[in-house]
Design a protein around this ligand. Sequence first.
Ligand SMILES: *[C@@H]1O[C@H](CO)[C@@H](O)[C@H](O)[C@H]1NC(C)=O
Ligand SMILES: *[C@@H]1O[C@H](CO)[C@@H](O)[C@H](O)[C@H]1NC(C)=O
Length: 171
Amino acid sequence: MHLTALLPVLALAITTLSAPLETRHEGPEEYYSLGCPTNTTKPYASQYEQTEVLNTFANEVFVQQQVALGYDTYAAVDFINHAPEVSANGIAIVIPFQTAELKGGSVDLQRVFVGTNLTGTSFGTIHFRGNSVAEGEGDIAGIWRMIGTCLVEYWDVAAGVEASENPIAYF
Ligand SMILES: *[C@@H]1O[C@H](CO)[C@@H](O)[C@H](O)[C@H]1NC(C)=O
Ligand SMILES: *[C@@H]1O[C@H](CO)[C@@H](O)[C@H](O)[C@H]1NC(C)=O
């Protein structure tokens, strides 16, 4: 290839390299604006990788009660939190709250899976049976929106386990 043919390519490379840092980010802006940990998550991932991460997160946080480790590794610092029992967004609030909530209890994971909606947004579900000191036995489903392998938005639904005519009630 002649040098003249290479010139436009070089010019493009120089323009790209001299662009401000934030415009060189790879991936959706929200991955950065919400503070996804860039050393332990990535903005693009396969469905299998996302499921592995959600499964690891669920085990670390709920089963092993290594709550800070799970959130620090996989959740955006300012993740959007719709859980009614937690007062605001972000890992700084949820970590101490959930650490206290889980202490002395136990969790039995039921199912963990990740998929996308019709326009390609990824969502993962953690369904578990929880035994807590304060609340007794509960049937809980948490839903996470994910960008790549980062957890960015959360909703949950919880019900207390009560006597039922159904022999396979809840689980
Ligand atoms: C990832 O980076 C953050 C912030 O720079 C740091 O606090 C954290 O320890 C790092 N985590 C790992 C697993 O390297
Ligand atoms: C998929 O989820 C995103 C994020 O919640 C939402 O904006 C979009 O409307 C959803 N698409 C469909 C088809 O529901």
